[in-house]
Design a protein around this ligand. Structure first.
Ligand code: SF4
Ligand code: SF4
Length: 190
């Protein structure tokens, strides 16, 4: 690829991530949901004391997080099961000693408890049965702000313009279908 194309791709991908971060910047319910659960999905350790972090999307470190994330591990395909076309994931720990760097929080924090899903070519956002955090708001969906649902949905549509992210979504969607791991599913146009 020529330098010119490299430069173009860099600008485009960064613009896509920026737009997705912007779209996915809506609170799930009115007020601060962390007050309902003691900020359960932001906890630093699990019940056994094991340090908890979160995975960035492919290219999210390179295009959005490299200047803010200081504490991370690189998980390589040599040690971890991952989709065949992906060679590494960044696994990050919340990067401010005092708490959340809210404007820079990654996609995983913005989309939770939704995950992106593609089945028979159709896109939806879903809530999995099996999940680490067990958000207390899952039983209170009628209270979710439509702006949050729309923002997550539209943010993923934006991110899917990046081929490796679409591939990542398709890979985990197949796994989810095979393990029957969908609790709730949201289609925008139905
Ligand atoms: S677990 Fe749910 S309610 Fe609690 S902070 Fe996370 S998203 Fe908010
Ligand atoms: S970046 Fe912020 S929202 Fe995300 S897990 Fe850390 S403290 Fe919670």
């Amino acid at each position: 690829m020529s330098d010119k194309n490299n430069k173009l791709m860099r600008t485009d991908y960064q613009a896509i991530f920026k737009e997705a971060y912007h779209l996915m910047d809506e609170a799930i319910i009115a007020g601060n949901c962390g007050e309902c659960c003691g900020y359960h999905c932001c906890r630093r350790n699990d019940a056994d004391g094991k340090r908890l972090g979160m995975y960035l999307l492919p290219l999210e470190y390179e295009y959005m997080q490299s200047e803010v994330v200081a504490d991370y591990e690189l998980h390589s395909h040599l040690q971890y099961d991952m989709p065949p076309k992906i060679k590494k994931y960044y696994y990050i720990y919340c990067h401010l000693a005092e708490g959340c760097l809210r404007d820079h929080r990654p996609i995983q924090c913005r989309t939770y408890p939704f995950e992106p899903h593609i089945e028979n070519g159709e896109f939806s956002i879903v809530i999995e049965k099996e999940q680490i955090h067990g958000c207390v708001l899952i039983e209170r969906m009628p209270e979710w702000r439509q702006a949050f649902i729309d923002g997550v949905y539209n943010g993923w549509l934006e991110l899917m313009k990046i081929p490796v992210i679409k591939y990542n979504i398709e890979y985990f969607s197949k796994e989810r279908i095979a393990t029957n791991n969908i609790m709730k599913q949201y289609f925008k146009w139905r």
